[in-house]
Design a protein around this ligand. Structure first.
Ligand code: ADP
Length: 395
């Protein structure tokens, strides 16, 4: 356990910890949710005992409570060998993971304007573990960094370029750690090297994004300046006509309200009027609830359109890859999406699709499909642990 690596992922109101050994085995994981609220709670995976939290615990208090409980229960060593932090926004400053020092923390803070809900709590997590483990190397791994290889034609918006030069307005893209994991894992499963692998990676969870990866590098992605652009998501609209802002303003809806609607009341929730949960939507649709069936329909159609769009960035395609809670588990979403893509030559095997490709290393394509189609469970924490170990070894 001496060489264990601690991974810290602070979300806007949640905290996830994972502990890996030097052979990539996960040793333990723990979560805290609803932080800063009256019903904040924390638990350690696979352990029914409660973890005591102060009332309305914040990220720092939850981190301290979970770490001391993990140590007490001998699930983690007194001192980990290195620590990796998930950081949402690295702007254009971070093209790859970085060893954390005061300058890096200040630079992460500077990117907070681009991710106000996330970067500040990421910094809280970093400061808390630096206090607890002052001598342990710590590494920041950015959701945006993998997409820094996009060319200007893919990352610039067709707006006055002063917006980019003065205010950093451009496509950044997110879920980079997951898409990077997909590229590596697809390459491994297809018996190729990363540098020769080109895939389309669809990460479909509560947030959804799709990325074109050419020769191992991200060349286009659906999320933009913020994680609101692109695919239909759980509560986010994805693409809309920017003219909607004007129109809603003319109807008396203030900008802050529009922001709230597009981020928290749209997507699957907005269309169905019931839930943002794909599993629940499938059940509702099966019981004849038409708005839920429509939500699934729109979700899959938008996704199929984006698969087609991502082809424009590739010279060849080794596989279309599905991941995230929906991508990994919903055979219905995969099937409905690929129904739209027959013209491009995608066909899937219904039996393999239903069994999530469990008997074929994730492959769900039919023998006559022009391209392989894969289902791969993502593991962002593992990527962060590997980066922490890699960079700590350079010291
Ligand atoms: P997050 O982005 O919060 O990490 P996840 O990757 O866990 O989210 O994905 C959550 C989504 O996955 C939810 O919409 C959930 O309903 C969906 N999901 C999980 N299991 C299934 C399933 N068996 N069938 C359909 N959807 C599923």
């Amino acid at each position: 356990m001496k060489q264990s690596i601690l991974v810290v992922n602070c979300g806007s109101s949640s905290l996830k910890l994972a502990l890996f050994d030097e052979t990539d085995q996960q040793l333990a994981s723990a979560t805290a949710e609803r932080l800063n609220g009256k019903d904040a709670f924390a638990r350690i995976e696979g352990d029914n005992r409660t973890v005591a939290l102060p009332a309305s615990a914040d990220h720092k208090q939850a981190l301290q409570a979970l770490i001391s409980t993990l140590r007490e229960r001998q699930l983690m060593p007194a001192i980990p060998a290195s620590i990796g932090h998930r950081v949402v926004h690295g702007g254009e400053t971070f093209r790859e993971a970085a060893l954390i020092d005061d300058d890096v923390v200040a630079a992460i803070d500077e990117c907070a304007g681009l991710a106000p809900l996330h970067n500040p709590v990421n910094v809280v997590g970093i400061e808390a573990t630096r206090d607890l483990f002052p001598d342990v190397p710590q590494v920041a791994v950015f959701d945006t960094a993998y997409h820094q290889t996009l060319a200007p034609r893919a990352y610039l918006y067709a707006v006055p370029q002063a917006f980019y030069h003065d205010w950093s307005v451009r496509r950044y893209g997110f879920h980079g750690t997951s898409h990077f994991f997909m590229a590596n894992e697809a390459a491994r499963r297809l018996g190729k090297t990363l540098a020769t692998t080109s895939i389309i990676s669809a990460h479909l969870g509560n947030g959804c994004s799709i990325t074109a990866i050419r020769d191992g590098l991200s060349v286009d992605t659906s999320m933009g300046l913020t994680p609101l652009e692109g695919l239909v998501m759980g509560t986010r609209s994805g693409d809309i006509d920017p003219g909607l802002f004007d129109y809603l303003a003319s109807r008396g809806i203030p900008l802050a309200e529009v922001h709230k609607i597009l981020n928290h009341k749209s997507g699957l929730l907005g269309i169905s009027g019931q839930t943002n949960d794909m599993r629940a939507l499938c059940e509702l649709a099966d019981h004849g609830h038409e708005p839920s069936a429509l939500a699934i329909e729109i979700f899959c159609f938008r996704l199929a359109k984006y698969v087609g769009a991502m082809m424009a960035s590739l010279r060849h395609l080794d596989a279309l890859v599905f991941t995230g809670g929906i991508g990994e588990n919903s055979d219905r979403v995969r099937e409905k999406t690929l129904e739209h893509l027959g013209l491009l030559g995608f066909t899937i095997d219904p039996d393999m699709n239903e069994h999530h490709g469990r008997y074929s290393d994730g492959r769900i394509d039919h023998a006559d499909s022009r391209f392989p189609v894969l289902v791969i469970p993502t593991n962002e924490e593992l990527v962060i642990a590997r980066e922490a170990r890699r960079l700590a070894a350079t010291l």
